[in-house]
Design a protein around this ligand. Structure first.
Ligand SMILES: *[C@@H]1O[C@H](CO)[C@@H](O)[C@H](O)[C@H]1NC(C)=O
Length: 202
């Protein structure tokens, strides 16, 4: 019985965050802003110009992915989800720790995106290829990916308060040895429409 109560109290301390529309838009916009800059050839990383790119797709929110991302965030993750490891989707993770309760978890979506993207200036991005130390940023930019869903959880661990953010991406890409995007005239490989230099069906 005591064990059961202890177990219940552990679960009760995890608070699931289903990102509201504002947070969803902030996350999608951070991604598309990076993608647009590459597509139009105006992203400069430590003196290296990226793009223009012919095949980067406009990213949009997917609620199914958001739900599975939220489920993983609720597990107080220390690593990638099973689905990500099995290659069903791409996945980015972010954590923050505070000494006081986390009051504005919805704002953390954009913060996580900024942290992932900052890998580029921190480590440099000399070519249009994937590289392990910038893999969160290249997942954000991955040209053939066009859907994202994210979820979060806040919980207490010992004396500290934590937030975990999980974003999942399809179609999956972001693999070693592969180009993140195709160099070429902006949107040249788009099959339907070009919006802000990005390919979309919408
Ligand atoms: C959202 O993602 C799921 C899982 O990858 C996929 O099965 C589904 O078709 C997607 N939804 C839309 C509207 O594309």
């Amino acid at each position: 019985m005591l064990k059961l109560l202890a177990l219940l109290s552990i679960f009760a301390t995890v608070c699931s965050i289903k990102f509201n529309l504002g947070a969803q838009n902030a996350i999608v916009n951070r991604h598309n802003s990076l993608r647009t800059r590459i597509a139009n050839g105006i992203l400069d990383i430590n003196g290296v110009q990226h793009g223009p790119a012919s095949n980067i797709r406009l990213l949009r929110w997917n609620n199914t992915l958001a739900r599975t991302a939220e489920i993983h965030a609720n597990s107080k993750p220390t690593g990638h989800s099973k689905g990500a490891i099995n290659g069903e989707y791409g996945e980015n993770l972010w954590w923050a720790t505070k000494s006081s309760p986390i009051l504005n978890p919805h704002n953390s979506g954009a913060t996580a995106c900024e942290a992932w993207q900052s890998e580029l200036t921190k480590h440099g991005w000399p070519t249009n290829l994937y590289s392990k130390n910038i893999a969160r940023a290249t997942q954000m930019a991955w040209a053939e990916t066009d859907q994202i869903g994210c979820g979060a959880a806040v919980y207490k661990e010992g004396k500290v308060y934590k937030i975990a953010i999980v974003c999942q991406y399809t179609p999956k890409g972001n693999l070693p040895g592969m180009a993140v995007y195709k160099k070429g005239p902006t949107g040249k490989d788009c099959k339907f429409k070009i919006v802000q230099g990005l390919c979309t069906k919408m």
